[in-house]
Design a protein around this ligand. Sequence first.
Ligand code: PRX
Length: 571
Amino acid sequence: MKIKSLSVSKGDFNLQDYNQMYGSFDWTEVEKEFSWFETGKVNVAYEAIDRHADSFRKNKVALYYQDASRNEKYTFKEMKERSNQVANVLKEIGVEKGDRVFIFMPRSPELYFAALGTIKVGAIVGPLFEAFMQAAVKDRLEDSGAKVLITTPDLLQRVPFEELPRLQHIFLVGENIQEEGIYLDFNRRIQQAGKKFDIEWVDRQDGLILHYTSGSTGKPKGVLHVHNAMLQHYQTAKWVLDLKEDDIYWCTADPGWVTGTSYGIFGPWLMGASNVIIGGRFSPESWYQAIEDYGVTVWYSAPTAFRMLMSAGDELIKRYDLSTLRHMASVGEPLNPEVVHWGIKVFNNRIHDTWWMTETGAQLICNYPCMEIKPGSMGKPLPGIVAAIVDNNGDVLPPYRMGNLAIRKGWPSMMSEIWNNHEKYESCFLKDEWYVSGDSAYMDEDGYFWFQGRVDDVIMTSGERVGPFEVESKLVEHTAVAEAGVIGKPDPVRGEIIKAFIALREGYTASDELIEEIRQFVKKGLAAHAAPREIEFRDKLPKTRSGKIMRRVLKAWELNLPVGDLSTMED
Ligand code: PRX
């Protein structure tokens, strides 16, 4: 089927508008859509929930929630009340503007009430993915100086609160909670709290959300976003996700990752859309069922998920009514042309690739419904955004030259700081003009960008970003491991898988049992998605004279490529 013959909606944002605004869009136009345009005082939770609750959308469903044991829905009015109750409870225990409140729990309606309530008191939300194990949880709570944690009894054993002196309160979300010491009963306190709350109005540059993400060196870093990001969450939900009044929208990402907040909370609700949240694990059957049950019209997911659906076979799809789907988009890793063609075949719909990252806070380079897509390309920059390919000095390269994908500093949802690490923040920019993404890409003569790979050693596995350093640090804590080097190995479904090269300590011998034991060690200590799928033992690992493992040599070994310049390698 030809792309042009598609009957799907082309979106309200037309090509002429795009071309007119490209590179020159004035963001103050978007500010005028919000009540704070004149006062300058803002709160995203007001704009995303209360504004609709006080309007004709009051009884519109804001949240549809489903998992194996729950099936619930909440209107904007109910979301306003629940989040007000959370805000009252937080205020009562002394949470103030700028405090960090972390949420570590599986998806559930309470997670969303908690995030919105935190924002209403002016505090900063720190979402943690439920799969994190103790070391990962501790690093993040410690670095951020979190004052409050909202979690479940099941996950509590992964929270080493005796080692976290700044953590003052832990809310437990569950049944029959005994309040004692720092433990508080979330549900009971919320039920007893008032449904009215005076929102804390903050400045547009005040902290909103802190997402920890991985780089190739050092511990995970806390990427801070501010309330001003809402301008871009709103505008991209309109232009890129093409959300309209009657849409039923489903973003499959967990709020532990930036996609699950920017486009699982802010974007859709700023637009007043009905938002579907499905808890539990991925399965092709339950995903297709969810689309049918809710009549999902706009769907935002990731290449790994699409590839898994693709490998589940096209016969399965025929059992479901997926005819409501109007618009599909993808983020997180390269979207193979193969997947785009599959989407056209089975959904009669194009999957629109979008490019952005935790640090950018919102979509930047995208395929728009109004535009011809080039399968394999990430698309074109959002109006108001200047993207370029620059060399290592920050000089712009011409079309087709491969280099660093960079964005001109100052877009509304740009990270405002790296928590406790201003030096690292500064190091992300070149010439004080370009934010350098760490991705390499080129631009073609039509202005479409084409992803080529990471410049650094960051691993993208199933759309999740894993820092090799974090995995290596965990590996060497195992008694049998002397040295470890970790790389991403290309994989047809997951994009990359994590592969570890390990040199064992004296007295240990390689065996399948040891491999399994080491894998479990990382799984239990860090997170399941961070555990190496493959482990290979070597007598010695390639290192620089200063003792750094040379991952590029490991990668060359793995891929049978030339190892390149070895002048810095030790003997
Ligand atoms: O390498 C790029 C890849 O994901 C990285 C950002 O990861 P994270 O901060 O976890 O955010 C993921 C979702 C916003 C990028 O540096 N990436 C993201 N989108 C794409 C992509 N790679 C290729 N194509 C994309 N569309």
